[in-house]
Design a protein around this ligand. Structure first.
Ligand code: FMN
Length: 364
């Protein structure tokens, strides 16, 4: 079968991955209603194309925090990528670099900050941070990211604990014994082991700081030299708090529908957040974006940049770095195609009135 869209890569990766890894990557929390909804909510948004606008010179480049990027799509932080392919995060980050995309390294990566910096020097790299109960450890992670040339800290705010992902509970998910969480030593490196439930949930419950408040965000903002981006924002109230507590950006995200089942699709909440914070901070989003046409919808509703999590995992599982390059290339071509077919020669031509909810038509 030739692989022509992200869904083809997801299908193919089922042949490549061990059940426990596939389940870990694919799962959402609870009944997985939000997981389904993240994707389906895009389908309720109708596109209003314009024509006869000279789209011969297409420019989809953008700029975030002073860095020039070839297009507005990057790779979200996903943990433990060496379960998908032996080259893991290195392959993923190199593919991002070739495509001109940002790569976000997870705290729970199976490649260290130092190794990634050395092996993917050309890639624009951000570091996703979980704040540990052990604050010294957390500080060391941030300082290492700064030293290694990472350009931003993505602070995940939606995870005092992890959501209940039933397949991980059934599988008693553990990190395979030949792998470790490479940013750590000792228990923090080898601790994703099940004592009967999901090993990752047990690890998080024992290590992550669930006392966090906006005071800790201020602590981080004052402590690091890098811009701090709050990831996991789902309401205008929290977006405003991120702004007022010194964050330079937010990622509208529901953690790939892995935390509370029942939260809205991210594309649904994007407009309220854009409206609340305007241009004062950079609004980005992720969740259920598997096609260029959905990147277009997100940009029209005000996102400045869009991340994909699982699609890169599927590419990685199918064919390592080349697989991720193929996935990014497919989505890029789909986005370019959508721009041309809607009369947009550049990202600034994508106007909010070009995407409206389907209910606007049924009212006519
Ligand atoms: C397998 C997997 C692991 C993830 N690990 C992390 C993580 O370590 N840190 C984090 O902030 N978000 C994590 N996320 C959430 C992603 O950063 C992102 O929000 C999500 O994948 C976007 O949805 P999508 O997979 O539909 O693109 C993970 C998501 C998945 C699917």
């Amino acid at each position: 079968m030739s692989l022509v869209c992200v869904a083809d890569f997801e299908e193919k990766s089922k042949e490549k991955l061990e059940t426990s890894a596939l389940d870990y990557y694919q799962s959402g929390a609870g009944d997985q209603l939000t997981l389904k909804h993240n994707k389906e909510a895009f389908n309720d948004l109708r596109i209003r194309p314009r024509f006869l606008r000279d789209v011969s010179n297409l420019d989809i480049s953008t700029e975030i925090f002073g860095s020039k990027l070839k297009w507005p799509v990057g790779i979200a932080s996903t943990a433990m990528q060496r379960m998908a392919h032996p080259d893991g995060e290195v392959a993923n980050a190199k593919a991002a670099g070739r495509a001109g995309s940002i790569f976000v390294l997870s705290t729970l990566a199976t490649t260290s900050l130092e190794e990634l910096a050395e092996k993917a020097p050309e890639t624009e790299k951000w570091f996703q941070l979980y704040i540990y109960k052990n604050r010294l450890l957390t500080e060391t992670l941030v300082r290492t990211a700064e030293k290694c040339g990472f350009k931003a800290i993505v602070l995940t705010v939606d995870a005092p604990v992890f959501g209940i992902r039933r397949r991980d509970v059934r599988n008693k998910f553990s990190l395979p014994s030949d792998l470790k969480l490479s940013n750590f030593t000792g228990i923090q490196a080898k601790g994703v082991k099940s004592s009967g439930a999901s090993g990752i949930n047990e690890y998080v419950a024992s290590q992550f700081d669930d006392t966090l408040t906006w005071k800790d965000v201020q602590w981080l903002v004052n402590f690091t030299t890098l811009p701090v981006i709050a990831k996991g924002i789902l309401t205008k109230e929290d977006a405003l708090l991120a702004l007022h507590n010194g964050c330079k950006g937010v990622i509208v995200s529901n953690h790939g529908a892995r935390q509370v089942d029942g939260v809205p699709a991210t594309i649904e909440v994007l407009p309220e957040i854009v409206k609340a914070v305007g241009n004062e901070i950079v609004v980005m989003m992720d969740g259920g974006v598997y096609q260029g046409v959905n990147v277009f919808r997100a940009l029209a509703l005000g996102a400045k940049y869009v991340f994909m999590g699982r699609p890169a995992i599927w590419g990685l599982a199918v064919n390592g770095q080349k697989g991720v390059e193929d996935v990014l290339d497919i989505v890029k071509k789909e986005l370019e195609n959508t721009l041309k077919l809607t009369g947009c020669a550049s990202l600034k031509d994508i106007r909010s009135e070009m995407v409206i909810h389907k209910s606007c038509y049924s009212k006519l």
